[in-house]
Design a protein around this ligand. Structure first.
Ligand code: NDP
Length: 218
């Protein structure tokens, strides 16, 4: 049976990934700060994990015993939006932990628990591209750019073990983060990303891709 570990699966894109893989018969371990009725209804194993808590993150990999085929670092936050003052600075630090440091630390520590041929996917964002820059969202952009760099470094470590590490942009998705005016549903986004993940090979490791498989400039 194929195995998935995914963070932030209580709602949004993470919940949809867990739902679709579980429906296909995968053995899913889902993490959440707090589960939700929707996640509980899937009947998958749920592990508590707060990505802003460095001790929680460091202790987590020891809880994962079965070798995994796929790790999806999905959990993320878009707060703060603003960049001025002490409170924004503190929230920005926390965002860097949640969006970049914790995903990398988990990926690195879980690497020995991935099967040969396994895959590690970071759910990044087009807003993390420095080459395709627009305005606004400065804290979020910096956190996803940091995630991209960390994941590219992780890909170097993962390659000798036969593990593929790729950063994916899910598109603009109707979730609490993406808002009701977003372009696509979680079902569409996750369906496209799953088809892409299935196609990825070790030759793709270290790439930053849209859900249709096209390259995003770093
Ligand atoms: P949601 O806001 O719906 O979900 C975010 C998820 O991340 C929730 O499960 C949330 O859990 C979890 N999370 C946030 N902070 C923490 C934390 N400290 N510890 C553990 N989990 C945490 O957003 P999406 O589903 O849209 O986002 C999923 C990923 O996709 C994110 O990485 C996001 O940056 C990325 N993305 C989304 C886009 C969109 O248009 N929606 C566009 C580009 C990228 P909790 O309920 O506990 O807060």
């Amino acid at each position: 049976m194929a195995t998935l570990l995914i963070t932030g699966a209580n709602r949004g894109i993470g919940l949809e990934f867990a739902r679709q893989y579980a429906a296909d018969g995968w053995d899913v371990v889902a993490t959440a700060r707090q589960s939700s009725p929707e996640l509980d209804a899937l009947g998958v194993r749920v592990e508590p994990l707060d990505l802003s808590d460095a001790d929680d993150v460091a202790a987590f990999p020891a809880k994962i015993d079965v070798p995994r085929d796929l790790f999806i670092a999905n959990a993320g936050t878009s707060r703060p939006m603003n960049t001025g003052g002490a409170e924004d600075a503190r929230d920005w630090q926390k965002m860097m932990m949640v969006n970049a440091i914790a995903p990398f630390q988990l990926g690195q520590a879980l690497l020995p628990k991935l099967v040969d041929g396994g895959k590690m996917i970071a759910i990044s964002s087009g807003l993390g591209s420095i080459g395709d820059i627009g305005g606004g969202w400065i804290p979020y952009r910096t956190s996803k750019a940091a995630l991209n760099m960390a994941w590219r470094c992780l890909a170097l470590e993962a390659k000798p073990r036969g593990v593929t590490a790729v950063a994916l942009s899910p598109g603009w998705v109707k979730t609490r983060m993406g808002g009701a005016g977003a372009e696509i549903t979680p079902e569409q986004s996750v369906g496209d990303m799953r088809r892409l993940i299935e196609r990825l090979t070790i030759a793709d490791s270290g790439r930053f891709l849209r859900r249709d498989g096209s390259e995003i400039p770093w």
